[in-house]
Design a protein around this ligand. Structure first.
Ligand code: ZN
Length: 245
């Protein structure tokens, strides 16, 4: 453990992106969980089996894609941490790509639930851009098929009913084990694997800091719990960490 340059692991959940206008879709109380009809559109079984579910899912993605979100002060502050010379790894439950768009190098961001920026074929695995797939929908294909094999195209996100990528989980656990400071930002810390990562870090002696609007199961174990809005709390916290506090 180096007192000079602590290694910082940052876990981010939906809360960091709501300030960018992205609703909490996936969380336990998120948009999709509240609406069983919507939940089917992002659940792998119905999605693969029912063309009508896919047609509705593509229309939903067009609606979501129409509101191009930008990184907010919370995302940007984390980039300052990295530019200030502190080793940083971001583990995110979000699929919106806002950490990368805020300027963090892609290799410093681990996307626990995949990315909504890409699609792949459920049959042959061929990958492509979400923007390109959405352009096909706009042009009139209501359920665009894989151009290589005719299979079902799906987002490169972890859909409900699917396991997370064990390689990604393994990498996240290694980062949690190695860090000196574990920041949990905008996550309820109630859903696996996010729920397991702070404990791994704590067992290795890391300092846990929780930034979340509502209580989490880890508040009692945290060195610090911050309830202020993320766009204000994270920049202030980053200034303190860069100052060596
Ligand atoms: Zn294919």
């Amino acid at each position: 453990m180096t007192a000079q340059r602590p290694m910082i692991a940052v876990l981010t959940g939906a809360g960091i992106s709501t300030a960018s206008g992205i609703p909490d879709y996936r969380g336990p109380r998120g948009v999709w969980r509240q609406d069983p009809t919507a939940e089917r559109l992002v659940t792998i079984g119905p999605y693969l089996a029912e063309p009508e579910v896919r047609r509705r899912a593509w229309r939903m993605r067009l609606d979501i894609g129409a509101h191009a979100a930008r990184p907010n002060a919370g995302h940007l502050a984390l980039v300052e941490l990295e530019r200030g010379g502190l080793p940083v790894r971001v583990l995110t439950q979000n699929v919106d790509g806002l950490h990368q768009r805020s300027g963090l190098p892609a290799h410093k961001v681990l996307e626990l639930h995949g990315t909504a920026a890409e699609v792949r074929c459920a049959g042959c695995g061929d990958r492509g851009g979400m923007a390109e797939a959405l352009a096909r929908v706009t042009a009139g294909e209501d359920d665009p098929a894989c151009r290589a094999c005719g299979g079902v195209l799906r987002p490169c996100t972890v859909m409900f009913g699917e396991p997370l990528d064990p390689t990604v989980i393994g990498q996240a656990e290694i980062i949690a084990r190695a860090c000196d400071v574990f920041l949990a930002i905008g996550s309820s810390l109630q859903v696996y694997p996010a729920a397991a990562l702070p404990l791994i870090a704590l067992k290795e002696g890391a300092r846990l800091i929780v930034v979340n609007g509502e209580p989490t199961p880890y508040d009692a174990l945290a060195a610090e719990v911050i309830r202020e809005p993320i766009e204000e709390a994270v920049p202030a916290l980053v200034r303190r960490l860069l100052a060596g506090e």
